[in-house]
Write a new protein. Structure first.
Length: 84
């Protein structure tokens, strides 16, 4: 795993329940503000349930992708009180 991957995972792991960050925000916090697509790719390959990938959304307010399906992402965020 690269240092960037580790940073992304650590940032996403720190997103509290009921809150979200955008892919761009995660990229910026990880030190590579233009690497938002890379953030999406990293999260798409993650199956560690300790890293809440569902809490990362698109900058335009869209839900974005999720490796367990968009329907599941909406469901989980809804349970956490996030309205998309």
């Amino acid at each position: 795993m690269t240092k960037f991957n580790e940073k992304v995972n650590a940032i996403v792991e720190g997103i509290p329940r009921g809150k979200t960050l955008t892919y761009k925000e995660v990229a910026r916090l990880a030190g590579r503000p233009k690497a938002y697509r890379a953030v999406g790719n990293i999260l798409n390959k993650n199956y560690n349930s300790d890293i809440p990938c569902h809490r990362v959304i698109r900058s335009d307010g869209g839900i974005g992708g999720y490796n367990r399906g968009i329907k599941k992402k909406r469901e989980i965020l809804g349970h956490e009180g996030v309205v998309i």
